[in-house]
Each structure stands twice: as C-alpha cells, then as structure tokens.
Design a protein around this ligand. Structure first.
Ligand code: NDP
Length: 327
C-alpha cells in the first residue's frame, strides 16, 4: 500500500470501507485481491457484532464451530494478506457530493476515495443493565439463530413485544424446554400473525406488564452462567424471580447509519436502501452491505455475501470510470 511521508496511509484511496464485520472484511478481501488496496475503518468494535458472541456454529467451513472473535481475526488477517489496511478509528463525516468522495475520521484526518463501501452494521438494542453486560456471551444474547442451540432442554427468557421477539421466541422453542416471553405492556407491536403463532405455541409462556430488573447468574473462576432474572410486575409492583439459563433481548435493532442521514437513501427505520440484487446506493460509487442495509436475514454469512457483492460492484464501477476517462 502507499504510505505518506510520516508512515500513515496516504489520503487518497480507490476503495474505503467503513465497518469491519463480516461484510466489511469480506469486501476488503475481495477488493484486496482485485489489487485495489482498500483502507478499512474498523471503528471501536473491530470485527463487529460477532466479537460479542462466543461460539459460532453456523458459519460454513468450520465443522466444529469457531469463536466469534477468532473468526473475525482470521477474516481480517486474510484481507490484510491481500493488501487491505485497517485503521482503528471511526469515520465521523462524509461528503458524497464531490468526486472523489471526502471522509473525515474522529481525529479530524481527511481522506478521499473513488468508491466507498458502507458496512457499518447494526446494533442490537439492550436493556442497559450492568448484569446484561456482565453475562453477554455467557447466557445473554440478542440472536436466537446464533445462540439458541446452546440452550437445548433449558428454560430461556425473551424480552420484547414486537415481531423480533415473537420470531425469536418461536425459534427458541426448537431447542429450549420452555420460553418465557416477558413484555412490559399488555398490547403488542408484533403483527397479528406472528403473535398468534407465538400464542399457539405450547412451549411459550407470556409474562406481561413486567420488566426485567436484573439478570441473575453465577461467576465461578472464569465460568459465568445465567440462572434467572429478577422481574417487577408493573401493575402490582411485586418483585419476583424467574429461573432460566438463557436470556435473549429482542427489543429491536438500530442500523449504524447516523452519519449518512440526508446523504444516502434509507427506509423509515434508518436501514440503507440498495438497488435490487446489487449493493448500489442512490449515490453512484457508494455501496452498502451487511446489516446496515439488511433488517431481515442478519446473519454473518449473508453479510459476508453482500460484502463480496459490494467489492465486485465497486471494482466494476472503477473499471467503468477508468474506461470513460480514457475514451
Ligand atoms: P419493534 O420496535 O417493533 O418492537 C420492539 C419491542 O421491544 C416493543 O414491544 C417494545 O415495547 C419493546 N421494547 C423496546 N425497548 C424496550 C425496553 N427498554 N424494555 C422493554 N421492552 C422494550 O422492534 P422489532 O425488532 O420487533 O421489529 C422491527 C421491525 O422489523 C418491525 O417493523 C417488524 O415488523 C420487523 N420484523 C419483521 C419480521 C418478520 O416479518 N419476519 C421479523 C422481525 C422483525 P413497547 O411495545 O412497549 O414499546
């Protein structure tokens, strides 16, 4: 890669990737192999959401599973092998109205790029309890598809009253002996069909008008595990405990798209809009992949797939503008 006089990456790049989950790192791998020397802004959670999970058993290619942080580490090394360079800072400002595009990082360094790949991901919303942080990855999760399998024959709690909560609860009944769905109201945001399906499932028990005050667990040497939750009935004020081994928050996700507001097209929930079957945004030369543009599949493997698409789309766009410049 090119280095400026002080040894930091030079400021103009053919491809700048913002975000370092499976989408961003796969985009880096592909654009690296296309000799485009991509610069990846990894932010403050390099590797993205997978770095807060433990075992990943559904990423193809790992017969016996792999730890989330290790998977991301390997992906990064693979991308670096082909010339990608990581910067562990956030991009805080973008200007897509000029060519080349202008980007500024949190330390006010400026960069320009012919193409930008946005892979800033989404963040699960959390209740914000200290115990939730403490047991994250050790019984606390926000992804039933990723972690449900670890609770075979056990009781689990799901918090939320929207479609995600119903979907997660239904999914978890495949593994858990009982799913206790805790919701703070009596009315649901969930669609009727999803709610009816959950209500008809004999393995799901509804606990309504109730909030979780604390996640209860054990910490022994290096082993942490969840044993229950302390809840409060909002109607009676009664505080009680519910036994469980797993705790799933399903109170929504937020796409990390704040810096693109007013600059890239997004839906009413802030997810970036891409043209059908491509990674193209409304700005030519800016591509989006991974969870920041997907509120439906949200899997590491689908994010990686769209990262590959974004790199190929960026490469073809660069070829096109180069051809146009010389003809
Ligand atoms: P929603 O915003 O629809 O629902 C979030 C739920 O979490 C609400 O019931 C809300 O309670 C509750 N909640 C929020 N914050 C807290 C908190 N701090 N403490 C306790 N409870 C809280 O998010 P979803 O992720 O469920 O859905 C997002 C979008 O994705 C929706 O449009 C949905 O239809 C869609 N979706 C579609 C699916 C499908 O069709 N298969 C599957 C999953 C999602 P309250 O109601 O009291 O505010």
């Amino acid at each position: 890669m090119e280095l400026s006089k002080n040894g930091s990456p030079s400021n103009h790049h053919k491809v700048i990737i913002i975000g370092s989950g499976p989408a961003g790192l796969t985009a880096a791998l592909y654009s690296g192999r296309a000799a485009l020397n991509p610069l990846i802004f990894e932010g403050h959670q390099p590797g993205g959401q997978l770095t807060i999970t433990t075992e990943v058993e559904n990423y193809p290619g790992f017969e016996h599973g792999i730890q989330g942080p290790e998977l991301m580490d390997v992906m990064r090394k693979q991308a670096h092998r082909f010339g990608a360079v990581s910067i562990y800072r956030n991009i805080t400002k973008v200007n897509f109205e000029v060519r080349p595009f202008e980007l500024t990082d949190e330390e006010d360094n400026n960069y320009t790029a012919d193409t930008v790949i946005v892979s800033t991901g989404a963040s699960a919303k959390w209740l914000g309890l200290d115990s939730e942080k403490h047991f994250m990855g050790y019984g606390v999760s926000s992804c039933a598809t990723c972690d449900g399998f670890f609770f075979r024959g056990m009781k689990v709690v799901v918090v939320g009253g929207g479609d995600t909560a119903m979907e997660e609860a239904n999914y978890l009944t495949r593994h858990a002996s009982e799913v206790i769905l805790i919701h703070r109201r009596e009315e649901f945001r969930a669609s009727k069909i999803m709610l009816d399906r959950a209500k008809a499932n004999p393995k799901i028990r509804f606990v309504l008008n109730t909030v979780v005050e604390e996640i209860l667990g054990k910490t022994e040497e290096n082993k942490k595990s969840v044993v229950g939750v302390r809840v409060k009935d909002l109607k009676t004020g009664e505080v009680s405990e519910i036994e469980c081994s797993g705790f799933f928050t399903a109170i929504g996700h937020e796409p990390n798209s704040g810096i693109f507001k007013g600059k890239l097209d997004m839906d009413e929930n802030g997810y970036l809009v891409t043209k059908k079957s491509t990674s193209e945004t409304n700005i030519e030369g800016v591509f989006a992949c991974g969870d920041v543009q997907d509120n439906y599949y949200r899997q590491a493997v689908t994010a990686a797939g769209t990262g590959c698409m974004a790199a190929i789309d960026a490469e073809r766009y660069l070829e096109k503008i180069e051809f146009e410049m010389h003809s």
